[in-house]
Structures are given as C-alpha cells and as structure tokens.
Design a protein around this ligand. Structure first.
Ligand code: ADP
Length: 237
C-alpha cells in the first residue's frame, strides 16, 4: 500500500475550490450561515479554520464534506463540479475523496482497532481478509500497529483518535477533514494527535482542521477565520 500522503496528481486541480459558495437558511428569520466565499485549498496544504460558536464552522464543514449543498456558488472537489451530481454520486464521491475525523472518535466499542478501521471499507469490493490487512497497515501508519487487536476502551483518548485517523486514511482520501479533532483530549493527547497531523502533512496529505482553539489552529500552515459567516484568510505569522 502506498503511504497516506500519496499525491493523486500534483499538477492537477485544487482539492477544494469554492467559487462564491454560500449557504443561507430561509428562516424566518433568514440566516446567512456562510456568506458567498472564494477559497482554494491546494494539494498538500494544512489549513485551519477557526471561529467561535455559531460563526459558521459546521456549515462550512458540511459543505466542504459534501454533507450539505450550498445555496449559492459552485463547489469543485478535485476539479469535479459537485453541483451537477445527484445524491448517489455525491455520496460515492464523499466516500472516496473525504476522510472525516470527528471530535468524539465514533468508534464501535466492541470491535478491535483493526476492525473499526476495516469497517470503513465494508462497501469496497475486497475480501474481509484484505480489508483487515489494509486496516493493520493504516494503523501502522498512525503508529498503532502494535494495538491493532485492542478494543477502543483499552486505548487512551489520543490513541482512539489515531484509530479514527487511520480509519479516515484507509480509503486513501484526497483530504482529511477534521472537526475539532482534539476537542475531547487533554493536552498530552492533543499534542500526540496534532503531531500525527503534522507528520501526515509532511508526507503530502491535504489536511483541513476546524477548531475554536487558537493553539490548534496555529498548527496549520494557513489559517482561515470565520466570523458571522464571513470566511477570511489570516495573515501568516
Ligand atoms: P458553528 O459550527 O461555528 O457553531 P454553525 O455553522 O452551526 O456555527 O451555525 C452558523 C449560523 O447558522 C448560526 O447563526 C446558526 O444559528 C445558524 N444555523 C445553523 N443551522 C441552522 C438551521 N438548520 N436553520 C437555521 N439556522 C441555522
């Protein structure tokens, strides 16, 4: 298996391209949860999006992750205009191109780490044995090869999030979309998970982290701020 940083086509289109993408809820009262925004995330970038509660982070994540359709503009993922896709094609594209990492890990408690990772491939035309072998490989990539047989309850919070990251990586997505990935972790485990995201970025993976925590956001090589639905690029330090 190639590494998680496998680059599909370095000269290809950006991973994420927003052309005037916005979302408003009709209400009443009408809410412009994301104002029409321009955004380009190139292959291999590590981008943070920071904003307080209610600023539009989930709206942004749901659009970028193909969970919601924008009400304005065009969203191109890997150069594919997602507006023209029906629901089944959007779901398939999401499954192949986006690796989600959530605050609360979403691991099945009675399945081993390797089984949890393998379940991400359940819809793929591979035999269970092949899926488990790939799951173990993904666990090795996140430094957890030795814990493949462990149940999530026997793992630390940081290790659980590493399993969730392995699960997100195993399908070789174009981008890791992380929603408050350290929100449930203490400082040591936070550092452990952020260190892994740094490593994946160094290997070429495209990473986008959504957070309300400035210390987490600062790990990105590019920081976007969102406030009252307005997405802006922060000046680099
Ligand atoms: P965050 O994730 O930063 O907390 P959200 O993206 O959830 O922010 O929300 C952005 C804005 O959109 C908020 O003002 C919120 O109240 C509003 N909003 C979110 N979901 C809905 C909805 N289904 N209907 C109406 N307004 C909504």
């Amino acid at each position: 298996m190639t590494g998680p940083g496998t680059v599909r086509d370095p000269a290809g289109p950006p991973v994420i391209e927003f052309r005037g993408v916005g979302l408003s809820y009709p209400g009443p009262p009408a809410v412009e949860a994301l104002r029409p925004s321009e955004l380009t995330v190139g292959r291999g970038e590590f981008v943070s999006v920071i904003g307080p509660s209610g600023s539009g982070k989930s709206t942004f994540l749901n659009i970028a992750g193909l969970l919601d359709r924008p009400t304005a503009g065009r969203y191109l993922l890997d150069g594919i205009d997602t507006a023209s896709l029906g629901d089944a094609d959007r779901t398939a594209l999401r499954g192949r191109r986006i690796g989600f990492v959530f605050q609360s890990f979403h691991l099945l408690p009675h399945r081993s780490a390797a089984e949890n990772v393998a379940l991400a491939m359940v819809y793929r035309a591979e035999k269970p044995r092949q899926r488990l072998a790939r799951a173990r490989e993904a666990l090795r990539q996140v430094g957890l090869g030795h814990r493949a047989a462990a149940l999530p309850t026997r793992l630390s919070g940081g290790e659980r999030q590493r399993v969730a990251i392995a699960r997100a990586l195993v399908g070789r997505p174009s981008i890791l979309l992380c929603d408050e990935p350290t929100g449930n972790l203490d400082s040591a485990n936070t550092e452990n998970v952020l260190g892994l995201l740094d490593d994946l970025h160094a290997e070429g993976m495209t990473v986008l982290v959504i957070t309300h925590d400035p210390a987490v956001a600062a790990r990105g090589s590019r920081v976007l701020a969102i406030r009252d639905g307005v997405l802006t690029e922060q000046a680099r330090a």
